[in-house]
Design a protein around this ligand. Structure first.
Ligand code: RIB
Ligand code: CA
Length: 310
């Protein structure tokens, strides 16, 4: 069995990514740590618990850092809806989060199983930055980390230069990017255009007629509307599920390269920009693998596989 840990600011597309991991038969999710991001950490924790219960699992959910390390929080209700789940007002989860703090739980998990737990980060990097500051030894014990964040080709959704997860807590992202953890950065650009679920794709998902397929579309109702009206894109953008698809099947990423990547933390204009030295002009040691291209049919099939009945 492959072992995953998911760090998430659980709103609607995070929920689908969590579902994908939980419904992959050869993957065990050791824990889900929640962080402030698209929604406040309490709301994200509730949404993660609801998703775990929908999948019939007992995966522990841990609540974590409730604000960026040095900045004020900024939420994305305009995109994900007032509950982060498309305004669906899902019932309260039956269970509760684990009492251990997310950062402590993550450190303990990695130290307890060195080299065994793949990390998938779907929100701002405040939890993981705190973990590597408290316990720098964990960097060598994480075999691979997939980060939904940044914009390698430099078209941001928060500013022209920055994607939300990195913009929200750039100081944390910078710590993690220089921590020595092996990272594949999956930028926001990979969920746009043809990587959206268009009308035909969404009709197909609905035709699967499972609670998981319905949940995928229902909780993203607000995201679909905003994505179309704001960006003029064809349908549903799923940045976190694209990243999860690559974690589940690395073949989904068809072109990658290791480069020196840094995060801008000083300028107001370019706060949170992921600066990729693609040409190596800085002569600095490459620290991050960057995903440059994905196989779009394979990404969608990887999603659909997790939405079908067993
Ligand atoms: O920038 C895209 C946002 O939507 C990120 O928070 C990502 O994790 C997704 O939830
Ligand atoms: Ca997210």
């Amino acid at each position: 069995m492959r072992r995953f840990w998911i760090d998430t600011d659980t709103a609607s597309d995070d929920a689908v990514a969590i579902l994908m991991a939980l419904r992959t038969p050869d993957v065990v999710v050791d824990g889900i740590s929640v962080v402030s991001g698209n929604v406040p950490v309490e709301m994200g924790t509730r949404n993660a618990l609801y998703t775990v219960e929908l999948c019939g699992k007992q995966t522990p959910v841990y609540s974590g850092i409730d604000r960026p390390l040095l900045r004020e929080p900024s939420y994305a209700y305009f995109f994900h809806g007032p509950d982060g789940m498309g305004g669906m007002n899902y019932p309260e989860p039956a269970g509760a989060e684990d009492k251990v703090h997310a950062v402590d739980a993550f450190i303990d998990a990695v130290r307890g199983s060195p080299g065994e737990i793949t990390l998938v980060i779907l929100g701002p990097l405040s939890n993981i930055a705190s973990a590597v500051r408290i316990a720098p030894d964990i960097a060598d014990k994480i075999p691979m980390c997939y980060v939904m964040g940044g914009a390698a080709a430099c078209l941001g959704n928060m500013t022209p230069a920055a994607e939300f997860n990195i913009w929200a807590d750039p100081d944390a992202a910078r710590i993690v990017f220089h921590s020595g953890i092996p990272i594949l950065m999956v930028g926001w650009e990979h969920c746009r255009g043809e990587a959206n679920l268009d009308d035909d794709d969404m009709a197909f998902v609905r035709s699967l007629n499972t609670p998981y397929a319905d949940f995928t579309l229902d909780c993203n109702e607000s995201a679909i509307k905003t994505n179309r009206e704001w960006l003029g894109d064809p349908g549903l953008a799923l940045p976190d599920p694209v990243t999860m698809a690559i974690a589940l099947d690395p073949e989904v990423c068809t072109k990658r390269g290791k480069h020196f990547v840094d995060v801008e933390t000083i300028s107001d204009l370019t706060r949170g920009m992921t600066v990729v030295d693609e040409l190596g002009v800085l002569n600095k040691e490459p620290n991050i693998e960057v995903c440059w291209e994905i196989n779009i049919p394979l990404w969608k099939e990887t999603l659909y596989t997790t939405l079908r009945d067993e």
